[in-house]
Design a protein around this ligand. Structure first.
Ligand SMILES: C[S@@+](CC[C@H](N)C(=O)[O-])C[C@H]1O[C@@H](n2cnc3c(N)ncnc32)[C@H](O)[C@@H]1O
Length: 194
């Protein structure tokens, strides 16, 4: 039996073309992309955010699950990448592509979904968590699976991954996205008064 290939959303294909034209090689993989689509779809009226638009591949996957009442805001510091990515979503007023540092996202927080992929993840992890709404979903990709606890990368304890996986305000887990890559997925706990 011949298995049909799963359809790639047209905007993802468009963003991949831009990446190829610009020699941009840091776009998320489809395995992560489908997770992004699922996360966005789980918050049909939510604020969906991305730091590090790149050429718009991750944005397009988030967009593939975006509800009619949701908003998607993404930021990219490279002006040309941001300009090309913005063109892919110009017909959808739910989407804003900002140009500049990831801190431009501050004014749009809290987020119901946050794909933190360029700015924040390493340099201000505390703020990344603070930007999540209660029940908000955080997706961080590009980790290397580790059989150890605490997780290790290149022989050293991976303090960054440990921060997210053990943060008291997060319920977090790590999942394989391919046999050689993983993602951390977390949700911010809702605090009650006891
Ligand atoms: C891994 S790539 C993003 C890929 C994209 N999210 C995707 O899934 O296709 C990281 C991007 O973040 C951008 N970036 C890095 N630091 C940033 C910052 N502080 N503010 C805004 N963008 C940043 C880089 O220019 C790069 O395009």
């Amino acid at each position: 039996m011949v298995m049909a290939e799963r359809v790639i959303p047209p905007r993802v294909a468009a963003a991949e073309r831009v990446a190829s034209e610009m020699g941009f090689k840091k776009s998320c993989i489809p395995e992560v992309g489908r997770l992004l689509g699922l996360a966005a779809a789980s918050k049909p009226h939510g604020v969906v955010a991305e730091s590090g638009t790149g050429s718009g591949v991750g944005t397009a996957w988030l967009h593939s699950g975006l509800g009619p009442g949701a908003r998607l805001v993404t930021v990219e510091r490279d002006e040309e990448l941001a300009r090309r990515a913005a063109g892919i979503f110009a017909d959808d007023e739910r989407v804003s592509v900002l140009t500049g540092d990831w801190r431009l996202l501050d004014q749009h927080a809290p987020f119901d979904v946050f794909f933190c992929d360029g700015g924040g993840k390493r340099d201000d992890a505390r703020k990344v968590v603070e930007h999540l709404a209660p029940g908000g979903l955080l997706v961080l990709d590009d980790f290397t699976p580790s059989p150890h606890w605490p997780p290790r990368f290149e022989g050293e304890v991976d303090e960054l991954r440990l921060f997210y996986l053990t943060h008291p305000d997060l319920e977090a887990t790590e999942m394989l996205t391919t046999p050689t890559s993983s993602a951390v997925i977390a949700t911010r706990r809702s605090r009650v008064g006891f």
